[in-house]
Design a binder for this molecule. Structure first.
Ligand code: PLP
Length: 450
């Protein structure tokens, strides 16, 4: 009995000791917290619009027209290819593959994009496969931008460009597209050539271009791209061209790759995304294409960060590209059939927005619509003191009160130009008709009360 009591006492003492030790350890950790302070390069880039608004959408079980992913199925054959790859007898399909890109994938990327860019693309030296287009943007910016460098970013811009430039130590310089005439089509939003000229100087390392653009849907014309190209050549700077929505074009619009313009292959990194191409955003495979003297530096960043992308997914994307190349230019090709379906959704969503008192900017490409929501009669007095822009407050109000999730346009602008942005909110239309119908019902009911 006594032995048992002693044992219990010892165990208790040990526990207390450990507890004390634990609390001492945590206290000393707290006291030395400066040793684990984050790198200063993270300052000011901790907020992220997707985390904030995706969380809000799920908290309110909202109809999600916010984040840019299709809620419909990708082509069946694409899903089947992936499942077959994984269970195939080829055990190497489940192991590491070549670091800079799975051979079958880089070869197909070079076969498809070489002719479109007007060059012979060396699959092994001039292509890099990355974790989504995000990975390609990251490798491009990290490979070339350093403290002292300026990078021109055209607004509205896909939100990660700015923090990536900052992470690399560079300085983003912003120039907005401005509405000419009514501004009712993305075609009306243009760069002022004189304003753009003034952005270039001897510190300019690169310009980031996004065509078709997210969130505006602008598809740059050949003339507009030629004007940008001439400035890049004159100032000997790099063009990082984000073309993830390259196949999503409406009203007979064509996509011009800036890398195919005279003198531009030498200084352009063209970025694409399998997620956007095949409606499989969760697969997170992207690529960069450019001349070998530039690409070798992206390879260096990749080999020292991610090293290797998932083999079976690369194999499936490779087979997907092969299949689409075999029917390229036909109406059945997914690169043509997807935009045909999306154009109907675009027009449907635009008409709903007009009916409820918003003014959409009709996009020429991509899968988003910006709508001027400044005339909506919504009482936002509750959030008046929050310091947030009108569109942030409105989007939060709509998500909470109407259970429809969208994204505020000022997330795609720098602080200096948020005034141009804040009357618009972004809707995504790569959604099932059923999803858009649900939103329509809610908005029409709401309109009756305004
Ligand atoms: C313009 C733009 N670039 C890049 C990306 C990232 O693409 P991925 O999902 O392939 O990383 C997105 C995703 O929404 C985008 O809209």
């Amino acid at each position: 009995m006594r032995a048992k009591t002693n044992m219990a006492a010892r165990a208790f003492a040990l526990l207390r000791h450990n507890k004390l030790h634990y609390s001492l350890t945590t206290t000393s950790r707290r006291m030395t917290s400066s040793n684990v302070a984050p790198a200063s390069r993270l300052e000011g880039i901790d907020k992220n619009v997707w985390i904030e608004f995706t969380t809000l959408a799920s908290q309110h079980n909202a109809v999600n027209l916010g984040q840019g992913f299709p809620d419909f199925s990708p082509p069946n054959y694409v899903k089947e290819v992936l499942s077959k790859v994984v269970v195939s007898g080829d055990q190497m399909m489940n192991q590491y593959t070549r670091g800079f890109g799975h051979p079958r994938l880089v070869e197909n990327i070079s076969k498809l994009f070489g002719p479109l860019l007007g060059v012979d693309v060396d699959p092994y030296k001039e292509v890099l496969v990355t974790v989504g287009a995000y990975g390609s943007l990251f490798c491009s910016i990290m490979a070339f931008v350093q403290p002292g460098d300026e990078v021109i970013i055209i607004e509205p811009f896909f939100d990660c460009y700015q923090p990536m430039v900052k992470l690399a130590g560079g300085t983003p310089r912003f120039i907005p597209l401005r509405a000419t005439s009514s501004g009712g089509s993305s075609r009306d939003w243009k760069l002022d050539p004189d304003e753009l000229k003034l952005m270039f100087n001897d510190k300019t390392k690169a310009i980031v271009l996004n065509t078709p653009n997210n969130p505006l849907g602008k598809v740059y014309s050949r003339d507009e791209l030629t004007m940008i190209a001439e400035l890049c050549i004159e100032h000997d700077c790099l063009c990082i061209s984000d073309e993830v929505y390259e196949w999503l074009l409406y009203e007979g619009c064509t996509h011009t790759r800036i890398g195919s313009l005279p003198g531009m292959w030498e200084r352009t990194i063209t970025i694409g995304s399998a997620g956007k191409t095949f409606s499989v955003t969760g697969w997170k495979i992207g690529w960069s294409i450019g001349p070998s003297n530039l690409m070798k530096h992206l390879h260096t960043v990749s080999q020292n960060s991610i090293y290797n992308c998932p083999t079976p997914i690369q194999e499936a994307v490779a087979q997907g590209l092969e299949h689409e190349m075999s029917r390229f230019g036909t109406e059945d090709c997914y690169f043509k059939s997807l935009p045909r379906e999306l154009e109907v959704k675009r027009d449907h969503l635009a008409s709903i927005l007009r009916e409820v008192g918003m003014e959409p900017i009709l996009p020429q490409g991509g899968y988003f619509i910006l709508a001027d929501a400044s005339k909506l009669k919504v009482d936002l007095s509750d959030s008046a003191g929050s310091g947030e822009n009108y569109d942030y407050r409105l989007v939060k109000w709509i998500t909470r009160n109407k259970q429809v999730a969208t994204i505020p346009n000022s997330a795609f602008y720098s602080d200096e130009h948020k005034d141009i942005a804040e009357k618009y909110i972004r809707f995504c239309f790569c959604k099932k008709d059923e999803t858009i119908d649900k939103m329509e019902k809610i908005f029409k009911e709401w309109a009756k009360t305004m």
